[in-house]
Design a protein around this ligand. Structure first.
Ligand SMILES: *Cc1c(COP(=O)(O)O)cnc(C)c1O
Length: 390
């Protein structure tokens, strides 16, 4: 294979031609149950009719105008995100890393606007992932992601996930904020203790720090509420969103309180594509579906079922699976065998999953799955575990 595409990814040797709901069809005729959702992106599955309609309708009007002009669909999306979250204001971009990057800049600018430019450092956590730009690999925990890319961006202090003593000890006169995933995704599907989030909130209030939640993976219904923070009742000052926000169309957002965003004035931050008419038309269509009264309860119901069934598989096969953990339809199986081995078996049997750190296999089905899809996935897993035990 010639490398006209840079070989930055380890890819499975398959290409998909069409998708439909939670299914993908490969060009060689194989059919797959997609419990990876393009890494938690396809919140409504493939080819959702309402999203297809919204995309086509907007494509026939105007695709892109830039942020030099008003964008009605963007304004409407911001109004709806604000109406359905802690936030009072939204900045739009195109990806998760950019939404985290915007959050970092906003946190620094807040303290600068308050006359404290020396407060720029952000506390983040072991096991975290925040994206692949220079600032976000510096914020994230992975040494491998930083290796060979020169000096890390200064201003990030890493402490143990869940350890209040370490957080307190890391605070200095230069600390600006704390950044955390309510459920660590790439790092291995580790939910934060709600008590820990409450303690972080109290500490931030005490010390004048901004609390930022990275909900790029946990947001937009993934855990059964629109935002994962709703489970703990702890509201952040700043939050990043992307992945599920556009249901497959690239879009990201940084949501904040008006106070936290007070340093972001005209000309201080920007994006050429951010929140363009096509992206925001599709994201509005995603919200149309998710804000329907029965949608999130269905996610909770399916997550309980999948969680219980995965746990039952784990119990039957302790030599293959150690434990099941996560929240909503963001579930991980910590494996005894190498996670890649189990995932490869599942792939052979027509089930797509995603790997995560800590030897975890991730289940991120579209939020529209029903009981039959859960049964189908469980039957495949059962077979895979049986084969691995032989
Ligand atoms: C995926 C992810 C990101 C990065 O998103 P990209 O769209 O790949 O830039 C950042 N934070 C979290 C928590 C993520 O899961």
């Amino acid at each position: 294979m010639s490398q006209t595409v840079m070989p930055s990814y380890g890819r499975a040797d398959i290409a998909f031609e069409t998708g439909d709901g939670p299914y993908l069809y490969a060009s060689d005729g194989r059919k797959f149950l997609d419990f990876g959702s393009g890494v938690a992106v396809l919140s409504l599955g493939h080819k959702h009719p309402h999203l297809v309609e919204a995309l086509i309708a907007q494509a026939g009007k105007v695709w892109h105008t830039s942020n030099l002009y008003n964008i009605p669909e963007q304004q409407r999306l911001a109004d709806r995100l604000v109406a359905n979250s802690f936030a009072e204001t939204v900045f739009f971009c195109n990806s998760g890393a950019e939404s985290v990057e915007a959050s970092i800049k906003l946190i620094r600018k807040y303290h600068s606007a308050n006359g404290n430019p020396e407060r720029y450092r952000i506390i983040s956590f072991a096991g975290s992932f925040h994206g692949r730009t220079l600032a976000t690999i510096s914020a994230g925990a992975s040494d491998a992601h930083r290796a060979g890319f020169g000096p890390a961006v200064d201003g990030f202090d890493h402490v143990a996930f869940g350890n209040m003593n370490e957080v307190r000890a890391a605070i200095t006169g230069e600390t600006a904020g704390i950044m955390i995933e309510p459920v660590q995704g790439e790092g291995g599907i580790r939910p934060a203790d709600p008590r820990f989030l409450m303690d972080l909130r109290a500490l931030c209030d005490e010390e004048g720090l901004l609390l930022m939640f990275d909900e790029v993976q946990t947001g937009m219904g993934r855990t059964g509420k629109l935002w994962a923070y709703e489970w703990s009742g702890v509201k952040p000052d700043v939050m990043s969103s992307a992945k599920g926000l556009g249901g497959g169309f690239p879009i990201g957002a940084c949501l904040a309180t008006a106070e936290a965003a007070k340093g972001i004035t005209a000309g201080t931050h920007g994006s050429t594509f951010g929140g363009n008419p096509l992206a925001t038309a599709v994201a509005n269509a995603v919200l149309d579906v998710m804000l329907e009264p029965g949608f999130l309860p269905h996610v909770v119901e399916m997550s309980k079922l999948l969680n219980a069934e995965l746990k039952a598989v784990a119990q039957r096969h302790p030599s293959v699976i150690e434990e099941v953990r996560g929240a909503g339809l963001l579930l991980g199986m910590k494996c005894v065998v190498p996670n890649a081995e189990l995932a490869a078996k599942a792939f052979e049997h027509g089930l797509l999953t995603v790997l995560a750190g800590d030897n975890v296999m991730r289940f991120l089905p579209p939020l529209i799955i029903d009981e039959a899809h859960v049964s189908e996935a469980i039957a495949i897993l059962e077979e895979c575990c049986g084969e691995l035990e032989e």
